[in-house]
Design a protein around this ligand. Structure first.
Ligand code: PEP
Ligand code: MG
Length: 746
């Protein structure tokens, strides 16, 4: 059977229909109203390539292909996809797909979504994440057949081929299933958490907009929010937002202004009740709280997608090493969690292929080129680095345990040795030790609303959506754009020298958009580039970076960006494009300010590039003693906020290079000199109505945050893994302050 109806499949069919189709089939079995559809299963693809004679041609062209040779990889990929698109599908297979489509629409041409999902029959649990193609709004038999073929071709994109080789899968073992599902033409749609995503309380949280769900998923419209208490069986809270527009389907998706209607409540009490009932059924079926996408068409509620909520676990559980073992290495615990696996030593980007899912990546220091391997690794261990090095920042964002600054991991550890890494305590043990999970907040519910905002630091745009969902942070207090720029194909100034500034603007605009979209409508403070010469020299075109004795005191931060003015203009143009698209949730933050002129010049250029400084926030980092000591003069230039960069502030105040292990014992963010500068800055900013925040590593230290909340800081920005914890600390201090005030009144 080339085609299976979704209602006929379940989780046992994952190897041939893929996880997505199986999940939808499971929901249908428990009578959840899921839009109807069918799946062209993985066996059909195999049948197609055998009977058209493509099989041998495809696999022989892949044999011996050097995937590191990008040109060759692209050529072979293109050739295979051309063969697939030109081949004629055997008649009865094509007839079957056409028949299923006609049946789906009761003879009418309906809009369908077509999605592919790679599968491996012998490896049902293998993940081929990111290798799915999706086509929305497809209509008509011919188009459906064409898109099914395009999905088949997606099994051979350069990325998919490269990925299989990297992970050691044989191309022949992997096939592809294609789901064709009716699209709901919704008059209302949204998302629902069946339980509270942070505290785990039995409260359904529903967000709703008019029209198609794209508006909410893309973060373009602020939705209504409804909170339903599943224990008391009452609607606890309703927040009606002004929904400026909705998205409707005509030939493609179109935006329609809503005017006064946008201010109306989207869901009736009955609709909320129906959604809650369905949500409870799904949660019960999977045994876990779910994050559900839903839609309503002609009064009927449909469930479009359901997946488990992962945040609750993060907030409630902590991993620990359960036994004592032989300690091989000690370093700094830079990203929490415990993992065991085989050591893979990575000396350069060329080695990243040897890191398989679950291995322990060991390197002198990680680089942006290693990020794909860091994602596969179960833990990361480095020789060098402190809490703010590349490995530390990226692993926290990926949620991978990490130990940095071990000095000699690459010498002590050997390829293939099994080790257990404790990313909290900073210890690497020999062998596979047992890991225990400990419930952290068994008896309490984590407080979620604080007057002091708790934000998050971001540096990997691809991780932004997950971080936004899992931390529920109040915005991004620092978006470090250096890491994303370091992973571009060449040095930023080389783009400019090559006359490709517009291309560069587009590249950084695309990456920035991932973050402002993931957090919309919460504000993202985008920090303009802080590019130390030593880190940028390794990039293609980086040969022209000056060689400096002290890069930390050298050509970096705003001083560099104003000297390389075209670069600063490029950043402003990328930000302007986002603002023009309606993303007003942006702030611009300048790094390493030491004199007022830097702010003046930067503002002038921003204005020349059309940035509406009256509509978005403009601020600076206070990360030099100079900035802290002349803060009054800096405020006079007109700034909306400051953020304390304690990583640099500490190194410059104490004369301790933050990357130098020999003096690391002196590095202390709570040194009285640093604290005095911080106190002074907050006090004076408060007097002038300038918002204050912190985004250095100290913003993730409870003892520092306690002090800052007492000083009246407006927000703190923590690392992704610390947001929940810091929120608890902030809430406790705020309550204590209120209590003390009340007691004093008596
Ligand atoms: C800081 O200096 O504290 C800071 C947040 O900036 P970076 O770590 O990127 O230098
Ligand atoms: Mg800094």
């Amino acid at each position: 059977m080339p085609v299976l109806w979704l209602s006929d499949v379940d989780k046992n069919d994952i190897p041939v229909v893929g996880g997505k189709a199986a999940n939808l089939g499971e929901l249908m079995r428990i009578e959840i109203p899921v839009p109807d559809g069918f799946v062209v299963d993985a066996r059909t693809f195999r049948d197609f390539i055998s009977r058209t004679g493509l099989k041998d041609r495809i696999y022989s062209s892949l044999k011996g292909l050097d995937v590191e040779n990008t040109e060759e990889l692209n050529r072979v990929s293109e050739e295979i996809r051309r063969m697939i698109s030109e081949a004629k599908i055997p008649e009865e297979i094509e007839a079957e797909i056409r028949r299923a489509y006609r049946e789906l629409g009761d003879g009418k041409d309906v809009f369908v979504a077509i999605r592919s999902s790679a599968t491996a029959e012998d490896l049902p649990s293998a993940s081929f994440a990111g290798q799915q193609d999706t086509y929305l709004n497809v209509k008509g038999e011919d188009n459906v057949v064409e898109k099914v073929k395009a999905c088949w071709g997606s099994l051979f994109t350069p990325r998919a081929i490269y990925y299989r080789v990297q992970k050691g899968f044989r191309h022949e073992d992997v096939s592809i299933a294609v789901v064709v599902q009716k699209m709901v033409n919704s008059e209302k749609s949204g998302v629902m958490f069946t339980s509270h995503p942070v505290t785990g309380e039995k409260k359904c949280i529903i967000e709703a907009v008019f029209g198609l769900g794209e508006a909410i998923v893309g973060g373009l419209v602020t939705p209504d929010t409804y909170v339903y208490d599943r224990v008391k069986r009452t609607l606890e809270d309703v927040k009606i937002a002004d929904k400026k527009f909705m998205i409707v389907r005509k030939n493609g998706n179109e935006k329609v202004e809503l005017g006064e209607k946008g201010k109306e409540r989207v869901l009736s009490d009955d609709e909320i009740k129906r959604l809650v009932d369905l949500g409870e059924l799904i949660e019960e079926h999977y045994g876990k709280p779910q994050d559900v996408e839903w839609a309503i068409e002609s009064g009927e509620v449909y469930i479009v997608q359901s997946r488990p909520i992962t945040t609750i676990k993060g907030a409630m559980e902590k991993e620990e090493v359960a036994e004592t073992g032989k300690i091989l290495l000690k370093g700094l615990g830079a990203s929490p969690g415990v993992a065991t696996g085989a050591v893979k030593i990575v000396s350069s980007e060329r080695d990243i292929g040897k890191v398989r899912e679950g291995d322990i990546l060991v390197a002198v220091m990680t680089t942006p080129d290693m990020v794909p391997a860091m994602k596969r690794a179960s833990a990361i261990v480095t020789d060098e680095g402190g809490m703010t090095c590349h490995a530390a920042i990226v692993s926290r964002e990926l949620g991978v345990p990490a130990v940095v600054g071990t000095k000699n991991a690459t010498k002590v550890l050997k390829d293939g040795t099994f080790v257990t890494v404790d990313g909290e305590k900073g210890i690497v043990y020999l062998g596979k030790l047992e890991i225990a999970k400990k419930e952290e907040t068994k008896f309490g519910i984590a407080p979620i609303i604080t007057a002091t905002e708790v934000k998050v630091n971001i540096s990997l745009p691809d991780a932004a959506e997950k971080v936004a969902r899992e931390t529920n942070a109040d915005g991004v207090g620092l978006f470090r754009i250096e890491h994303m720029i370091l992973s571009l194909e060449k040095h930023p100034m080389k783009f400019i020298r090559d006359g490709e500034i517009e291309r560069y603007v587009d590249l950084i605009y695309n990456e920035m958009k991932k973050v402002v979209k993931a957090f919309y409508p919460k504000t993202v403070w985008i920090r303009t580039i802080d590019a130390p010469t030593d880190e940028f020299r390794a990039m293609e075109g980086g040969e022209e970076e000056p060689i400096e004795a002290n890069p930390m005191l050298g050509f970096r931060g705003i001083r560099r960006d104003l000297a390389e003015e075209m670069h600063f203009r490029a950043e402003m143009r990328a930000i302007k494009k986002l603002i023009d698209e309606g993303y007003k949730n942006i702030g611009i933050m300048l790094p390493l300010i030491v004199v007022p002129e830097e702010i003046r010049k930067a503002k002038k250029i921003a204005e020349e590039e059309g940035i509406p400084l009256d509509k978005i926030e403009f601020g600076i980092m206070v990360e030099t003693p100079a900035a802290a000591l002349i803060i009054e003069d800096l405020i006079k230039e007109g700034i909306d906020f400051i953020s304390l960069g304690t990583n640099d502030l500490t190194q410059y105040t104490l004369a301790v290079d933050r990357n130098n292990e020999n003096v690391a014992y002196l590095y202390d963010e709570m040194h009285p000199a640093v604290m005095k500068l911080i106190e002074r800055t907050i006090k004076i900013c408060k007097e002038h109505g300038v918002k204050t925040s912190i985004c250095g590593q100290a913003g993730s230290y409870p003892e520092v945050v306690e002090k800052l909340v007492e000083l009246g800081i407006d927000s703190v920005s923590a690392n992704p893994d610390m947001v929940h914890k810091i929120r608890e600390v902030v809430a406790r201090v705020e309550r204590r302050i209120i209590l003390e005030k009340l007691r004093n009144l008596k």
